[in-house]
Design a protein. Structure first.
Length: 271
């Protein structure tokens, strides 16, 4: 039943997402990233508060909104100073509001990790979308992640024998990870041609490998967080899939890598 709920959720949610990726203006896309970043942080802090009461939450939200805004205005050139200033203010807030009932170090690390993992990661979607061929590149990036996730799940269930990180996520296997990478490589090679992107087959394969690895590490990082909290899903927002964090865990580390990959590719092309 849960499997059918997953499929039904995808059938309902995926078409609007694809339409938004294809036709949204850069301004509207930035707004969507801001909304998703805030929803992700909300789930993150709700879970974190079951272990301790973090301070500096509102600074985290402000920074999570400022980073996509900086990405929209100037890209990584402005994002780095905004992140630096935000981390200073967030750290100061945690230090000044520390009390005996809340472990200050755990609070500080929890707040900073949320901003870096979620806010910094998702803001690179705005960078990627703002590049030349940004709409098609963003669509290709999402397709690589989705195909890898689906392939990893089914191949892992069918052939999975060797756990990849048994302490963190016993259900994930090396067979599933390799299957996910294979699915990503197939989709990136075909997709780059269908979308008429100026990228060679070798560059596509390199992109697929890098994104698949980063996505699976991000997935494990979110699993580590949920294991620390003691929950299976980040929320029940999406039937059969869990919460926003559960669906976006592969984006947090892979989005910066995708943005910098294509920025580097553009820089080499212009030489």
């Amino acid at each position: 039943m849960n499997h059918y709920r997953r499929i039904l959720s995808v059938v309902i949610i995926l078409p609007p997402i694809i339409v938004a990726l294809l036709f949204a203006s850069h301004e509207f896309f930035t707004l969507l990233v801001c909304i998703v970043a805030c929803l992700s942080l909300y789930e993150y802090f709700e879970l974190l508060m079951t272990k301790q009461a973090p301070v500096g939450v509102w600074w985290s939200y402000a920074l999570a909104l400022a980073l996509p805004g900086a990405a929209y205005l100037k890209g990584p050139e402005l994002m780095a100073p905004v992140l630096t200033l935000g981390m200073i203010l967030l750290t100061a807030t945690v230090l000044w509001q520390a009390d005996a009932d809340t472990p200050p170090f755990v609070t500080l690390m929890g707040s900073l990790f949320g901003v870096l993992f979620i806010g910094w990661g998702l803001s690179h979607l705005v960078v990627l979308h703002g590049l030349e061929h940004g709409t098609m590149r963003t669509l290709l990036f999402c397709a690589v992640l989705w195909s890898g996730d689906i392939a990893a799940m089914y191949i892992g269930r069918l052939l999975g024998r060797h756990p990849m990180a048994p302490v963190i996520s016993p259900g994930k296997t090396w067979e599933g990870a390799l299957g996910g990478m294979l699915g990503s490589l197939v989709v990136v090679t075909v997709g780059a041609q269908l979308l008429s992107l100026p990228i060679t087959v070798y560059q596509s394969l390199l992109f697929g490998c890098l994104i698949s690895c980063a996505a699976q590490i991000g997935d494990l990082a979110e699993s580590l967080f949920k294991r620390y909290i003691g929950v299976k899903d980040s929320s029940n927002l999406i039937p059969g899939h869990g919460g926003i964090l559960d669906r976006l865990d592969s984006f947090f580390l892979a989005a910066p890598l995708a943005a910098y990959f294509f920025m580097s590719l553009d820089a080499l092309t212009l030489r």
